[in-house]
Design a protein around this ligand. Structure first.
Ligand code: NDP
Length: 334
């Protein structure tokens, strides 16, 4: 019997590439958790995902009711079977929006979709995953939320959750940033990715021992051609992949990135909880990673998987605990 894996945002980019990889492996049945079911069905066919290896189900992360409905529908669909794996991959990146957008529940869009929607989803599915053997849960992270790398530390703006006053107050309109400061789209994305990685750390601390679920985060490399950069101008979308490929060496194709995320679910080596997985390809930018003081590649094509180290800010357990508690309150879990 195929293992059941839920992938959010499986209708494009990294999520789709991962869905293709896992469904074609013959070992997994993929639940494509997507905001546009028709689109997911279409791309699954186009990419040759075998019939009987996947289903597309509605999940609108910008609406907490939809998250709850998805969980109800998933439970009905799997009819008592455990959920083996969960990949929280969907995200929005809104760097050029001068004004904030809000989710149906009134959260700033990047924080609402990338972090809070997934936060609720994971919490609602934990019990089901605990029933599975060797369950794995991966929330896709990013170097942009990790200030000890070039991408996260030197490229303005930096992620900074500040005193968390925005999140503490519930993150709802007119609040737009976790630190309570005025809206800044590029930073909101980075802040949300820090929250993603802190959620993994906290899930690991709270639930790994008792449930056996393996929690991880990963950086897929720079997949410079995905729709994530849809807001950027045309010249940027043309030059960015070339820059990442030939200058930084951080470029990775969608297909290879999908293999990486699939590896986090399927590789016996990834059966360790609390890890932030990365790949050391793209050696031309020596020193891009500084996980253990050793120079690494930039995450680009080729290269081996390794346990990366997150920045001190991401690893701060006091802040992670607060992020957990404030997020729980924001999504109505406490
Ligand atoms: P894409 O924009 O291609 O994929 C994002 C997916 O999220 C899409 O399938 C999109 O759906 C879905 N999505 C967006 N909003 C919602 C919502 N409200 N509810 C449900 N689903 C939603 O980008 P990528 O593939 O590049 O990004 C995937 C992940 O990889 C993200 O977590 C991103 O942060 C991370 N990442 C990407 C990097 C890169 O270089 N591209 C680098 C580091 C991390 P739809 O198909 O309908 O648009």
């Amino acid at each position: 019997l195929r293992e059941l894996v839920v992938i959010t945002g499986a209708s494009s980019g990294l999520g789709l590439a991962t869905a293709v990889e896992l469904s074609k492996s013959g070992k997994y049945f993929v639940v494509m958790a997507v905001r546009d079911v028709e689109k997911a069905k279409k791309v699954a066919k186009e990419r040759g995902m075998p019939d009987g290896s996947y289903v597309a189900m509605k999940l609108e992360l910008a609406n907490l009711e939809s998250v709850r409905d998805f969980v109800t529908n998933l439970k009905a669909f799997k009819a008592g079977r455990p959920l083996n794996h969960l990949i929280c991959n969907a995200a929005v990146y809104l760097p050029t929006d001068p004004k904030p957008q809000f989710t149906d529940d009134g959260f700033e869009m990047s924080m609402g979709v990338n972090h809070l929607g997934h936060f609720l989803l994971v919490n609602l599915l934990l019990e089901d995953m605990a029933k599975a053997k060797n369950a794995r849960c991966c929330i896709v992270g990013s170097i942009t939320g990790n200030t000890n790398t070039v991408g996260g530390g030197l490229v303005y703006p930096q992620a900074d959750l500040g005193n968390l006053s925005g999140l503490e107050k519930g993150m709802k309109q007119p609040i737009t940033m976790a630190d309570g400061k005025p809206f800044f789209g590029a930073k909101a994305y980075k802040d949300s990715k820090v929250c993603n990685m802190m959620t993994v750390a906290e899930l690991n601390r709270r639930y790994h021992k008792d449930t056996g679920i393996v929690f991880s985060s990963m950086y897929p490399g720079c997949i410079a051609e995905t729709a994530l950069f849809r807001e950027k101008r045309t010249w940027f979308r043309k030059l960015f992949p070339l820059f990442m490929k030939y200058v930084t060496g951080g470029y990775v194709s969608e297909e290879e990135a999908g293999e990486r995320l699939a590896q986090v679910i399927s590789d016996p080596r990834c059966n360790k909880s609390g890890v932030y997985w990365s790949w050391n390809g793209g050696a031309q930018t020596v020193g891009y990673w500084s996980p253990d003081g050793k120079p690494r590649g930039a995450g680009g094509s080729g290269g081996e998987i390794f346990e990366n180290q997150q920045s001190d800010a991401v690893r701060n357990p006091v802040v992670a605990k607060k992020v957990w508690e404030f997020s729980k309150k924001a999504v109505g879990l406490s």
